[in-house]
Design a protein around this ligand. Structure first.
Ligand SMILES: *Cc1c(COP(=O)(O)O)cnc(C)c1O
Length: 381
């Protein structure tokens, strides 16, 4: 028998033991048993909608007379396909310029299931070195050939495309738009140009950190860069800025129908509760209205990045996810604890999640954070 207890002790000795934290949240604050009221600087509630009690009350009020069960009791392909699913897909398809939308239970399900469904033995996946774990798992399950290109290195990607050209039936380039750990932004227009220059190339872009938070109507970096139409698989989650649960892909109607026929996490899992999908609909419908929140998010993030730059602190970030690279693991842990003691809830991120020697404090801002709080944070840093 494998000794699981010993394996856990080894993790603990290495300082790598993961534990579920005991936390309580009050709007933008968070507390733990030994630490009261810290400003939450590790949240994915980028627009502050998840903690907006008034909006939740309005939603509850609006749905009172509607039949929206707390369970769909089945996969969508059997009896779980409540009308609210198609309503949200139709709304999203319209907003994304007349394309098709398909909903999933989570971003993890989406990334785990789409690549295996659409790839063939004659497919080559080219993925950024820093893509999310769910995409890596999807590539592995796809079972086709894949290569990783250096993070955000478009020249390296092109070299690989050139080298592999005419050797496969199709190529799928996979990236995030805003990267989880570095907070930098992909150059979507270059990807679109590469797609046009080489044969049989499709683009797969995960906008998990961007949907809701960027773009005039909140549709993400693809909206900012005017290239929604050129992206074959535009994936996003409802779990972050959209303050709900679930995920989607924007794609062609053919791909949508093909996924319905082949994507295992869609076919073999109980669909999200209709009430959750109705909440996603409620928020997505209002998404263009949250301009003030998007502006505030960009302002506080920009302010923090400028403050860091003025102090000579380098960060790769171009977004609201801002790593403060400490380098040494232990020093990073200590700084995170110090900041927590001073009322700022920030988490250390260490290898193997990030490359060796780049342990970092990972700040993730929301629209609820004010400039004076950033000033206090800078002073504490
Ligand atoms: C959070 C995240 C996911 C997972 O989405 P969930 O809906 O939380 O499962 C996928 N991709 C990226 C890049 C993410 O940051």
């Amino acid at each position: 028998m494998y000794n699981y207890n010993e394996a856990l002790s080894v993790l603990e000795q290495q300082g790598n033991l993961r534990q579920l934290p005991t936390i309580e949240q009050q709007q933008k604050y968070l507390s733990t048993p030994n630490q009261q009221q810290m400003l939450n600087l590790s949240s994915n509630d980028y627009l502050g909608l998840a903690s907006d009690a008034a909006m939740q009350a309005d939603f509850i009020n609006a749905i009172q007379s509607k039949a929206l069960p707390f369970s769909s009791s089945s996969s969508r392909l059997l009896t779980g396909n409540y009308p609210i699913y198609a309503a949200l897909e139709s709304l999203m398809g319209e907003r994304f310029g007349g394309r098709s939308a398909l909903l999933f239970n989570s971003g993890y399900h989406a990334n785990l299931g789409i690549l295996p469904a659409v790839s063939t033995k004659q497919t080559l996946i080219l993925a950024d070195k820093l893509v999310h774990a769910s995409i890596i798992d999807g590539m592995k399950l796809a079972g086709c050939a894949f290569v990783r290109y250096r993070h955000n290195d478009m020249e390296h990607l092109e070299q690989l495309l050139k080298k592999e050209t005419n050797r496969y039936e199709q190529y799928i380039i996979v990236t995030e738009s805003i990267f989880s750990m570095d907070g930098d932004v992909v150059d979507l227009n270059t990807l679109v140009q590469l797609k046009a220059r080489y044969q049989n190339v499709m683009l797969y872009v995960d906008e998990a950190h961007a949907i809701g938070a960027y773009g005039k109507s909140g549709l993400g970096i693809a909206e900012v860069e005017y290239c929604i139409e050129q992206i074959d698989f535009l994936v996003g989650t409802f779990g972050k800025a959209l303050a709900s649960v679930g995920a989607y892909v924007i794609c062609s109607e053919t791909i949508k129908q093909y996924l319905i026929n082949t994507m295992r996490p869609l076919i073999f899992s109980t669909a999200l509760p209709p009430i959750n999908v109705a909440w996603s609909y409620y928020l997505f419908e209002k998404l263009p209205q949250f301009t003030a929140q998007r502006t505030q998010l960009a302002a506080v993030s920009g302010y923090f990045r400028t403050q860091l730059a003025e102090r000579g602190v380098l960060t790769p970030s171009q977004s609201h996810i801002i790593p403060y690279i400490v380098g040494d693991n232990e020093a990073c842990m200590q700084q995170a604890l110090q900041l927590q003691k001073r009322g700022f809830y920030v988490l250390p991120v260490r290898p193997p999640t990030v490359p060796v020697g780049t342990a970092r404090l990972r700040f993730s801002f929301t629209a609820s954070i004010q400039e004076n709080e950033i000033n206090q944070l800078i002073a504490a840093l």
